[in-house]
Design a protein around this ligand. Structure first.
Ligand code: GRF
Length: 199
């Protein structure tokens, strides 16, 4: 059984895709043992509660310093001891100490075809605004391992999505989520779970 902790900041549609894949039997031998958010108002926490998944809120603004937040975040992960950490719409940069504590055990979903439209400043709608501004005709999503950089780790899965004439950033974001993110994130976890069970 692959025990995963899912880190969230917002609506939690990628978390819901994982939950739904497990319930549908499309994602076997995987258990979500925790949902952690940096945002107490994240609807993703409601999704976790609806499925009786233990949830934790570790919000930077409740700590005196950024260092204390990072330490608390790491300590909570060490307590949970997940086999895999999944960043699903998580808007906090992961501290090097966390990457070192969980080497090759953290993955992230990014809403573009890395190396395009990624890195510092490219998150949420800003990614799709950049795509539309540049006029590219194909975008998509990427699941990659997390290293010490931002969106720089080894790529696991990508899926392309066509940009449609007249797309707004919101319309494009929704298509990329529906046609790519919600598909490749469970797929990536399934791949890792299959390899994990062989170890
Ligand atoms: C999505 O655009 C996702 O690609 C990005 O965060 C946004 C919200 O994701 N990482 P979610 O609905 O909270 O999963």
């Amino acid at each position: 059984m692959l025990r995963i902790a899912v880190c969230v900041s917002g609506g939690g549609t990628n978390l819901q895709a994982i939950i739904d894949a497990i319930l549908a039997g499309a994602l076997q031998e995987v258990e979500i043992v925790a949902v952690i958010s940096n945002n107490a108002n994240a609807y993703a926490l409601e999704r976790a509660k609806a499925h009786e998944i233990p949830s934790y809120c570790i919000a930077p603004k409740t700590f005196e310093t950024r260092r204390e937040f990072e330490q608390a975040f790491l300590e909570q992960l060490i307590k949970i001891q997940p086999d895999l950490i999944v960043l699903a719409g998580f808007l906090v940069n992961i501290a090097p100490e966390v990457v070192h504590a969980f080497p090759d055990r953290i993955i992230n979903i990014h809403p573009s075809l890395i190396p395009a439209f990624c890195g510092q400043g490219y998150y949420g709608l800003k990614v799709h605004e950049g795509v539309l501004e540049r006029g590219v005709q194909v975008t998509g999503a990427t699941v990659h391992y997390v290293d010490e950089g931002i969106d720089t780790g080894r790529i696991l899965i990508q899926k392309a999505v066509c940009v449609q004439c007249g797309d707004t950033p919101k319309e494009l974001q929704e298509r990329v989520m529906k046609e790519a993110e919600w598909i490749i994130l469970p797929q990536a976890i399934a791949q890792i779970a299959q390899n994990y069970s062989k170890e």
